[in-house]
Ligand binder design. Sequence first.
Ligand SMILES: [Zn+2]
Ligand SMILES: [Zn+2]
Length: 393
Amino acid sequence: MKEKVKAYIESIKDELITLSHNIHANPEIAFTEYKSSAFIVDVLKNHGFEVEYPYANVETAFKATKKGKADGPKIAILAEYDALPEIGHACGHNVIATCSTGAFLAVSEIIDNYDGEVSIIGTPAEEAGGGKIHILNNGGFDGFEYALMMHPSSGKKGLVNRGGRAATSVTVEFFGKAVHSSAPAHGINALNAMIKLFNNIDMMRPTFHPQNNVNGIIVNGGSAANAIPDYTKALFSLRAETLIELKKLAECVKKCAANAADFVGAKFEVHVGDMYAERYPNLPMCLAFKDNCEELGMPMDVAKPGGMYGSSDIGNVSIKMPAIHDYIPLCDDGIPSHNRAYTEQTDKPRADEICLLGAKAIAMTVIDILEKPEFREEIYKYFNEQIPEEYKE
Ligand SMILES: [Zn+2]
Ligand SMILES: [Zn+2]
């Protein structure tokens, strides 16, 4: 069956690479991925699939499913396709979308040999907005038992089992009273409250767990130097080892803001964004993916747990079901993602090859799940031990 899915992906490679290039050429950010989602949905429809689009009350999300010969494991292959503001597909989500589409189409060709079913779920707004969190909250992952996706990286080797930290964004606004700068005592300086907020956070920083971090920028610090600012606004990015720690960190920022407002007599508002959970990669599934990638000629490393990792909404999915989000390089080391130089790599011939390799590796891993009950038991034994009790309903 693995040979069949590999051959099938080769047979549709022009269509897949065109899909990757179309998404790359039309970068769209969080929840505005109308063209990108439509490109994928069109490919699925051309292959005869009925597509639920929009899906789970998310306009740019979609789902298509192919059932096997009887009930069995329910497997979701996740496609991301959002870009970054101004710098386009600097995270290579066009490659993710293509790998997942290719894998879904290939598994669909052979699934009538197995009990179970496979779906592709289009999950928008990974970079901002937490699309998967919305789909989860709206029941779009209900009933699914496994989730698989890949992510492009750079370097010579791929990487499985990498974790990710919990993350959120916090917006803080201060409202003061504007007066002429010649008589500051008559005003309320919203910028002073902002500076105090940054100092308060720095004051608390030594108490943060080493994995926890708060980084902020002031996006509105006043408009004229000869006026006392009556309005200031800052954005903060918060990361923590776990969702539980992250909630405490957000509370800490709120307290720092309340204290700063109180200190200068300003009013304040705090808005906490979606909470991206830390990631729990399923090691047995990761190792199967590694074997499949290596069979396809891509050497892979296994990550050590922990590390100053970034964050993704796959974390929220990984708490609900065994999930993988493993890395395959599409360019040389030294070209980091979220950089315009990476955008230039994500539609090059090497990236196109990774679209096919990633599709094959995901499809082969899905076959491992469909084929081997003992592998499914191993996945779930690991999952049940790995997920902290606090997260189990
Ligand atoms: Zn990214
Ligand atoms: Zn990404």
